[in-house]
Each structure stands twice: as structure tokens, then as C-alpha cells.
Design a protein around this ligand. Structure first.
Ligand code: BGC
Length: 416
């Protein structure tokens, strides 16, 4: 009974999707600050598709950092020559560069060290950075961090030029063969890569640890919406969303992102499960689980993927033997949270397209990068189905795996 009520509170009818879409469109019409949207001019325009060269890319997505060597072939094709992933949180050594105990210099010194290991000392590189946080874009090579999102708390970075911090750290390490050429938001990178690869792309989006979208405006500028910060009374907010927001690093901010993104789905699931467990009789096997559920942020999006894919309940690799009923209730809740996320994201896409083309006269291509879109069972299908439900014929969805990084390579070459 209780699970049914919870699930109902998470469901969104096609009409509700259209209602949210309309509010999102109105917020875009309203301009910067309407309902939290930032609408930042990225200073980038569409590439020609002929950009060519080998570029070192720093993809700063969140707690994970990727270094890529990307070859742009100049004919809309590319190849990832080499890559390396580093984690800014290393629990075994007690290092957490995303916490308040670390300063911006510590963070970028670590990044410069990773760059040094990744490159060959004997050759020169051009670097493009994809940076997945809200910035004020000064120009194509300079962006000031407005605030951290996704629970990152590193000190003394807000208000500073991110490529400047990187450049200084490279200098401290005496790395003289890397020239920092460009910085851009990951959603903007996704749209640049999509335009490089196949031309007619007008929306780029990230559905991963965080969420954001950007669009190509009628004058050819790429605008970073910072849609994760959207908030409006029309959003189907539950008491779990409010609880999560209150205990986050930035209460009142990134409210849409906190309802949809991978960084938060696990915590929403934990809060929902905990609430349900309090009223329902529980099996012996799940008592251990309930105890575990009292730990803040103990569940992540991968645990949810596993539950939906393999019907196993595990938290960070530790399995919990639930009764068949409990397992199916847990699965139902996870599925509903993923479905709500996909429907909300779809509503924003409809809002963007409605804003760009009110009479729906053109074909539109939305390119999406990010782990949620790529890996979460049911997420991508739900976006497609929701678009079908509301009859949006002119909208094509493309998967843009690795596109945020490819876009940073394109951006760096565009500066030559
Ligand atoms: C940030 C955006 C970013 C998105 C996806 C959000 O938390 O505010 O700038 O594009 O995450 O990574």
C-alpha cells in the first residue's frame, strides 16, 4: 500500500510532462535567472567539421577526471588515441580533493601530476578542458567558477579562472610542453562534438552524475542553460526531494538536478526505502539493510543499475537477501525514480525545442552524453517513449558517448 502511494507520488503523466515543458520554455523566454536558469553565452560557435589535429583533453566531470588524447581527423571523424581516468577521492589513502580539506592549488597540483604522467616529455600538446560546473565564460580560454555543484567542496576555487589555476599548476611542475587553449562546459562540449560529427545538432545535454543542457541559438551562439538549477512550483517535488536538498552542500540550488541526476538518485532511493521500511513489517534479512540505510549517501547510481538489471540488492558490493516482496517493492521504487528522472529531462528538452522553434517547423537533434543515459536500465528508453507519448515527431535523439571530451578537443583546435 505504502509503496503504491510512494510510486504514485513519483509518476508523471504525459500531461504533466507537457506542463513542465511549458514552464521550462517560459523560463527560457524569461531570460537569465528566470526559474534559476543561467543562460551563459559559451562564446563558442559551431565548428565546420574540418577541424584537425591531436589534442590533449582534460575532462573534469566531478569526482572522476579523465585525460584523453584525441585525434580529430578533419573529416567529421575522430579517434581516442589514449586515455586515463583518475579519481579525486581516494578513500584508501585518505585523500579527498573534492572536500573542504583541499584547496584549489592542491586539486590542480594533483591534476598537473596526472597530466605529467600521461604525456610524452618530448612532444608539444594543445590542451582543451571540459569543465562540468557553472562558470562565467570570459572567453574561449578563460572561465570563472561560479559555484561548485554535485557535492564538490574544494576550497578557494569559486570566483577563480579555472584554466588559470591549471596553467599555474603546470608551471609549478615545470611542464612547458602543454599549451592550455580552451575551456568549455561539458554540455557545450557535447553539442560542439555533435556538430563536428554530423552537422545538424541543436541541443547538447549531459545526463550523468550531473544534468545540464545547452542549445544553438538563432545567431549561431552556443548557450549553456545550466538547466540543473531549474526550479518551479510545477515540479513534482516529494518530501524526499526536500530532505535531500536540505542535507546537500547547496540547499535551494540545483533543484532539478537533485531530482534527476546520477549523483542524487541513490540518495533519493535510500530516503524513500528508509521511509517505507519504517511502516512495513520487515523480513529478518532486511533488518541489516535498514540499519545500513541510515547511513547518508550509502547508495549510488550503480547500485540502482544493478538492482534494475540483475534484480539483486547490493550496496557497494555487499549483498542483502530480501524477501521476494521486498525486492520487488525496492525495484519498483528504483524504476519509478529513474522514470521520473527521464520524464523530467524530456520535459526540459520539449521546453528547449518549443523555445527554439515554437511552430515546430524544423528537425531537431538532441545529443546526450553521460553515464545515466548510457548505462541506467530504462532511462534512455523512457526518454524515447515519453517523446512518443507526447507526439514529438521532429525530435531525434543521439547518443554522444565521450562527446564532452571530443568537444573540448574541437574547441582547442578552433582557437588556432
Ligand atoms: C553543472 C553543469 C554541468 C552538469 C553536467 C551540473 O552540476 O552545474 O555545469 O554541465 O552538472 O555535468
Amino acid at each position: 500500500m505504502l509503496a503504491t502511494r510512494l510510486i504514485e507520488s513519483l509518476s508523471m503523466s504525459p500531461d504533466k510532462v507537457l506542463f513542465v515543458a511549458d514552464k521550462f520554455k517560459k523560463a527560457l523566454v524569461g531570460g537569465p535567472s528566470a526559474c534559476g536558469l543561467k543562460l551563459i553565452d559559451s562564446t563558442f560557435k559551431k565548428p565546420s567539421g574540418h577541424e584537425q589535429g591531436e589534442v590533449l583533453v582534460l575532462d573534469f566531470g566531478g569526482t572522476n577526471l579523465r585525460l584523453l588524447l584525441v585525434e580529430l581527423k578533419g573529416n567529421r571523424d575522430y579517434r581516442i588515441v589514449n586515455q586515463h581516468v583518475a579519481n579525486l577521492r581516494q578513500p584508501h589513502s585518505g585523500i579527498d580533493l573534492t572536500s573542504e580539506s583541499a584547496g584549489a592549488e592542491d586539486l590542480f597540483d594533483y591534476i598537473a601530476g596526472e597530466v605529467e604522467h600521461f604525456i610524452d616529455a618530448g612532444r608539444n600538446y594543445q590542451l582543451g578542458q571540459s569543465f562540468s560546473f557553472p562558470t562565467r565564460q570570459i572567453n574561449s580560454n578563460s572561465a570563472i567558477l561560479l559555484e561548485w555543484t554535485k557535492e564538490i567542496k574544494t576550497r578557494s576555487a569559486v570566483g577563480r579562472d579555472i584554466n588559470g589555476l591549471l596553467r599555474d599548476a603546470l608551471q609549478r611542475r615545470r611542464i612547458t610542453n602543454v599549451t592550455v587553449k580552451a575551456i568549455l562546459n561539458d554540455a557545450v562540449g557535447t553539442l560542439l562534438a555533435a556538430a563536428y560529427k554530423c552537422g545538424p545538432a541543436d541541443v547538447g545535454s549531459i545526463c550523468g552524475t550531473g544534468h545540464n543542457s545547452c542549445y544553438l541559438d538563432s545567431s549561431g551562439r552556443l548557450i549553456n542553460i545550466e538547466s540543473g538549477n531549474f526550479f518551479n512550483a510545477v515540479l513534482p517535488v516529494t518530501k524526499f526531494d526536500r530532505l535531500l536538498d536540505r542535507s546537500s552542500i547547496n540547499p535551494g540550488k540545483q533543484r532539478l538536478e537533485k531530482m534527476v541526476a546520477g549523483a542524487y538518485l541513490g540518495e533519493l532511493f535510500r530516503l524513500t526505502m528508509l521511509d517505507m521500511a519504517q511502516d512495513a513489517p520487515v523480513s529478518e534479512g532486511s533488518k541489516r539493510l535498514i540499519e545500513k540505510l541510515t547511513t547518508h549517501s550509502c547508495i549510488d547510481a550503480q547500485d540502482i543499475s544493478l538492482l534494475l538489471e540483475q534484480k539483486t540488492f547490493a550496496i557497494g558490493g555487499a549483498h542483502y537477501a530480501l524477501s521476494a516482496r521486498e525486492l520487488s517493492a525496492a525495484e519498483e521504487i528504483a524504476r519509478s525514480l529513474v522514470e521520473r528522472s527521464a520524464r523530467l529531462v524530456t520535459a526540459t528538452y520539449l521546453g528547449i525545442i518549443g523555445f527554439l522553434d515554437p511552430h515546430r517547423q524544423r528537425r531537431h537533434v538532441i545529443t546526450i552524453d553521460g553515464s545515466l543515459y548510457e548505462k541506467m536500465p530504462g532511462f534512455a528508453a523512457s526518454i524515447r517513449n515519453t517523446l512518443k507519448d507526447v507526439c514529438s515527431q521532429h525530435i531525434e535523439l543521439h547518443s554522444g558517448k565521450d562527446y564532452s571530451g571530443i568537444g573540448a578537443a574541437v574547441a582547442a583546435v578552433m582557437q588556432e
